[in-house]
Design a protein around this ligand. Structure first.
Ligand code: ADP
Ligand code: MG
Length: 716
């Protein structure tokens, strides 16, 4: 290895890191294998020199010639103009920013290689800001890789580091030949489409770092090349192995077995409910009950569109736990939602629990000290069979007598740490609680198969009967008067209306100002109308900075049907359930995310009345909506199916944002793309358990290689 190619020296503990070394570290490029797996974004072709006479306008080319002039031009903009003559024609290299070293290297008479986009024109060929170097030495015989990098890490340094990593790393295969032979991306396309053996990891890496110049750049760029397929298959397999192993490890933990009795509390609850379960609800209750009966902690996600009736499923799960003599906790992300759950669950369960000397407790951050102390005592004694609340439920002082089941509503709103804390509540007994997570944002299939592969998933894919579909319209804010007219018509019929104002992140004050102004506007516009109790029509205001007691009072009036219009910020986003509300107006809908819009829309259409959702949008100064805002609004108008919305959301935002809290700990896929690589994902999912079973050592090596220290993010 020549000196220029040598690796950055191994870092002695005492030696401070150089800036590029620090930058490497920041990118996670620490081990030789990390460097070897750092793959190019694209390539430059420096293998050929193009003669200017044969060149075409707009081509990205490398030319070589003698400098015939090098001048500073001091016109309106200072620039360096260098003329290169390659024997066939001349080309002017133009630099608007340059250092004295430019002039030194590009001195008249020097032989130079320059690379850039060729422009023709009035003055002949030009290249703006080409890269260049003194000619000499062999032309490279492979395409030149361009790596993803960061500030302070020059491409040339990174190239040397990667090359050295590639030479030092152990690149032996960790995927057994049986699995490779079965991999669609590799099996179908041997080299040149022939029946040659599939690419090994070593071959694929060497190739991707230094592809031969005759390689199709298109196949490299869209990553359909078999070498890329190999890398993506490797990466997906590592992800599957780590997820499935986390799941197996959890399966070794113990949890209380909570068998369901034939005439248990759950049956009693079913008997008193004002409705029968939908088929989908019954099915998921059975799935959950089967988990609870096992002495292994449940880790199940219950997904169902807004309004699909997840709360009653949670209540039934709780009765199974309570019936077996244990406690259950239910946590919601906001106080309003927790409050709603509480009143619903008290109504359903208190009559069943009271004869057993048990009840439902309530915990939030805003509770008075005395009330809180009383609740804590009930929880500690076990008298509170069910505890409903916000994060307050997982605070340290909360001691359960015997917690067996934790239900987390709108799980994506909770971080990993909070879920962990909930599980900590049982550690003393050496047992884990069962965990049921509920979400109205369905996970698209590919994400469920990849990032959520460690979870069991139950899906409610059916809405309770008697719901009328919600009609969604996208309306310009300039038609606000018409919208207000429509609100009057709704409330005149005794219906209720939500008006949601966006959260403006930069300024809470502005946000509030907006909601307050709208509240005044609507109050004035409803003049002359009456509420159900004969009083002048109430128009309420709800926002996150109101004292909890006030919020509660407003929600109580709205829930009781005594408030016609509720103007609010997004605090009502999740879970609020008022079946008489039939119109949802969302102001500045262009500022909301797709799943948020869908959640908001789900606040209406909960009863039998025809419901509508109006998405009011404002354009920017130039009268335009951004492309993604337009796509979101279009999706909302076109479908009310939560799964379809989630799929489009994934398409618009990509998995990074979609994963929210989960992604913070999760190693993201770097190479595989869930939209195009389902065949590889399915392969990895099928082979991961086989590998864990038959080749545990290889499985371990594979995960270590790909995820290094990052593989234990799934503890929660
Ligand atoms: P979500 O899944 O969005 O949490 P909820 O649990 O709030 O939905 O249920 C929405 C509404 O539907 C509630 O008023 C609930 O009581 C009602 N509901 C739930 N299941 C049924 C059913 N099987 N038949 C009729 N109404 C139901
Ligand atoms: Mg809900």
């Amino acid at each position: 290895m020549s000196d220029a190619l040598s690796a950055p020296p191994p870092v002695a503990a005492s030696k401070p890191l150089s800036a590029p070394q620090k930058a490497l570290r920041k990118l996670g490029l620490v081990r030789a294998i990390d460097l070897a797996l750092h793959l190019p974004l694209r390539y430059e072709d420096e293998t050929r020199i193009v003669r200017l006479r044969e060149a075409r306008e707009g081509e990205e080319v490398q030319i070589e010639g003698i400098v015939t002039s090098c001048e500073l031009s001091l016109g309106p903009r200072r620039q360096l103009l260098v003329v290169l003559d390659d024997g066939s024609e001349r080309c002017t290299l133009r630099f608007f920013s340059f250092y004295p070293s430019h002039q030194k290297t590009l001195a008249v008479g020097e032989r130079i290689r320059a690379r850039g986009e060729l422009r023709g024109g009035f003055l002949g060929w030009t290249m703006m800001h080409p890269t260049f170097r003194v000619a000499g030495g062999e032309l490279p015989d492979a395409l030149t890789p361009v790596y993803p990098t960061s500030a302070g890490l020059p491409q040339a340094y990174l190239r040397r580091a990667v090359l050295s990593g590639l030479e030092r790393a152990d690149l032996g295969d960790t995927i057994p030949p049986e699995a490779i032979a079965d991999c669609p991306g590799l099996r179908l396309r041997g080299r040149n489409g022939s029946a040659q053996p599939p690419w090994t990891l070593r071959e694929a890496l060497h190739f991707l770092h230094h592809p031969r110049p005759d390689t199709s750049l298109a196949a490299l760029e869209d990553r359909s090349h078999p070498a890329w397929q190999r890398l993506k298959a490797e990466e997906l397999l590592a992800q599957q192995l780590s997820q499935q192993r986390a799941k197996q490890e959890r399966d070794r933990l113990r949890a209380p077995a909570l068998p369901r009795r034939p005439d248990g509390l759950d049956q009693q609850l079913l008997a008193v409910l004002p409705f029968g379960l939908t088929g989908a609800q019954s099915r998921v209750v059975d799935e959950i009950a089967a988990d609870l009966a096992r002495p292994v902690p449940m880790h199940r996600l219950l997904q169902g569109d807004v309004g699909s009736g997840k709360t009653v499923v949670a209540a039934l799960a709780a009765t199974v736990a309570i019936d077996a003599g244990w406690q259950c906790a239910l946590m919601a992300p906001t106080e309003i939602l927790a409050e709603q759950h509480f009143s619903k669950l008290v109504g359903w369960l208190e009559p069943l629990l009271a004869p057993l000397g048990k009840g439902v407790a309530w915990l939030t951050g805003s509770q008075k000290k005395k009330e809180r102390a009383a609740m804590l005592a009930r929880i500690a004694s076990g008298e509170a069979a069910l505890v409903v609340g916000t994060h307050a439920v997982i605070q340290e002082q909360v001691q359960f007598q015997n917690l067996a089941l934790a239900v987390i509503d709108e799980q994506h709103r909770f971080g990993v740490a909070q879920r962990l804390a909930l599980r900590e509540k049982m550690r003393d007994a050496g047992l884990e609680p069962h965990l049921l997570m509920m979400s109205a944002t369905p996970i698209p299939r590919t994400l469920a198969m990849s990032y959520y592969a460690d979870l069991d998933v139950s899906t409610i894919d059916e809405l309770p009967p008697g719901r009328s579909p919600i009609v969604t319209k996208v309306v310009s804010d300039s038609r606000r008067d018409e919208v207000i007219g429509r609100i009057r018509a709704q409330v005149a019929q005794g219906r209720q209306v939500y008006w949601v104002c966006p959260l403006i992140e930069e300024s809470e004050a502005l946000d509030l100002g907006n909601a307050t102004a709208t509240h005044l506007e609507l109050s004035a516009a409803m003049e002359g109308l009456c509420s159900a109790d004969g009083q002048p029509l109430r128009v309420g205001l709800l926002h996150s900075r109101m004292p909890p007691a006030e919020k509660k009072a407003v929600m109580a009036l709205f829930s009781a049907g005594l408030m016609g219009v509720l103007v609010s910020t997004t605090v009502i986003e999740v879970g609020v359930d008022v079946p008489n509300a039939s119109l949802m107006v969302i102001e500045h809908a262009e500022r909301f995310g797709l799943s948020q819009l869908h959640q908001l829309r789900g606040r209406v259409g909960r009863g039998a009345a025809a419901s509508a959702c109006l998405l009011l949008y404002s354009t920017n100064e130039s009268g335009r909506l951004s492309e993604t805002a337009r796509e979101r609004l279009r999706a909302m108008a076109e479908t009310t199916d939560g799964f379809e919305i989630a799929r489009r959301d994934l398409e618009i935002r990509g998995p990074g944002e979609f994963l929210g809290a989960r992604q913070s700990g999760a190693a993201m896929l770097r190479f595989a793309d869930l939209a195009t690589d389902i065949h590889l994902l399915e392969w990895a999912r099928a082979w991961a358990p086989v590998m864990l079973e038959r080749w545990p050592r290889l499985a371990q090596q594979h995960v270590d290689r790909w995820l290094g220290g990052k593989s234990d993010y799934l503890k929660a």
